[in-house]
Design a binder for this molecule. Structure first.
Ligand code: SF4
Ligand code: SF4
Length: 342
């Protein structure tokens, strides 16, 4: 029997899908819908007419990542006229794509004796609760439980302790503003962000994101000054972004568990905020104002491009050329150690 520490954000149980009633971008409609490998293999081998129906409505990109082929109006082709899921109706619950089953929850993210259950900010309702109904600092609830797995070794226990102490320290430091320079000085990482935007895979039928990203690319060369104006004109933006960065760090730093390397996960936090800040800027320039609803939409657009593709996720955490990449210059004098354990 192993003792497990489980953690979840304190708003985890508040979330209920609001679907067509208030959600501004219902998941079965106008979302890029990525498939897990198990579902892609199943659909590609599924026999008979149902197999043809499943295959006709999916496609893959050059990285062999599979997606549902949305209708031109953005509607999922499996959605019936009665708004029911055609995959479930024709091929049963087991054929359901993983993300349709669990989204926006991410459950059981594992690091040693620790498990995180969390919610993705790309969901419009999660975003609404996160920015409008919770305080400036994150709060998590920890519980302990036993499971049937064998007890982990003292060495892995020590790793878990170290990782959680480091992760929680980073979250607090980000919330306190100690990493504001890394978060808000986009000017210094413009070349990196330009490279990331160029290498990003964008998706079909994703009109709003296309619009925002097209505008964002035009703004990029002068983004340093424009972002300073935005941060001055919308004083709450720093608070929202700090909290977002802390939330991302809380999740992403768990990826350091395997090899103890914190660089990639930390870069992914800073770069995510830079791309997010540019999305905010794009919306601000389009509207001439920016409020909390725009923040919710910005993080939704960010998630709709960057958390659904493994390729795009890896661009954010990729360790590029150290001598040229200004992200490293920012970290030079920090006490941060690139590796948590030898
Ligand atoms: S985005 Fe969230 S609230 Fe909207 S339909 Fe999807 S799961 Fe429900
Ligand atoms: S496959 Fe089913 S649950 Fe998933 S988006 Fe399409 S209709 Fe909705």
């Amino acid at each position: 029997m192993a003792e497990i520490v489980r953690e979840r954000p304190d708003f985890y149980d508040k979330y209920i899908c609001t679907g067509n009633s208030t959600c501004f971008d219902v998941c079965c409609n106008a979302w890029v819908i990525p498939m897990d490998k198990r579902a892609a293999d199943l659909y590609n081998e599924y026999p008979g007419e149902t197999g043809e129906y499943l295959r006709k409505n999916i496609y893959h990109n050059e990285k062999n990542e599979w997606f549902i082929r949305l209708h031109e109006d953005g509607r999922c082709p499996f959605l019936t006229e009665d708004d029911l899921c055609g995959v479930r109706l024709k091929a049963g619950e087991d054929a359901q794509i993983l993300i349709c089953d669990v989204y926006p929850r991410e459950r059981d993210i594992k690091a040693g004796y620790y498990r995180l259950d969390t919610l993705m900010l790309s969901c419009c309702e999660v975003g609404r609760i996160f920015y409008k109904e919770t305080g400036d600092r994150l709060k998590f609830i920890r519980t302990t439980e036993s499971n049937d797995e064998p007890e982990i070794s003292p060495e892995l226990k020590e790793r878990t302790d170290r990782l959680l102490a480091f992760r929680d320290g980073m979250v607090e430091a980000i919330e306190n503003g100690s990493f504001d320079r890394n978060l808000f000085e986009v000017r210094e990482s413009t070349d990196t962000i330009k490279g990331i935007l160029e290498d990003t895979i964008y998706f079909e039928n994703n009109g709003r994101s296309e619009e925002v990203f097209a505008n964002l690319r035009k703004l990029l060369p002068e983004s340093g000054d424009l972002i300073n104006d935005l941060l001055r004109d919308v004083p709450e933006l720093k608070k929202w972004l700090r909290k977002t960065a802390a939330y991302f760090a809380h999740r992403n730093l768990l990826d350091s568990f395997q090899d103890g390397s914190v660089e990639g996960p930390l870069l992914s936090v800073f770069r995510s905020i830079h791309v997010l800040l540019l999305i905010c800027l794009s919306i601000y320039k389009e509207k001439g104002s920016f409020d909390v609803e725009d923040m919710i939409e910005s993080v939704h657009i960010f998630g709709n491009i960057y958390i659904i593709s493994m390729h795009n996720i890896s661009l954010l955490k990729e360790v590029r050329n150290r001598s040229k990449d200004s992200d490293y210059v920012l970290n030079e004098n920090s006490e941060m150690r690139p590796y948590l354990y030898p």
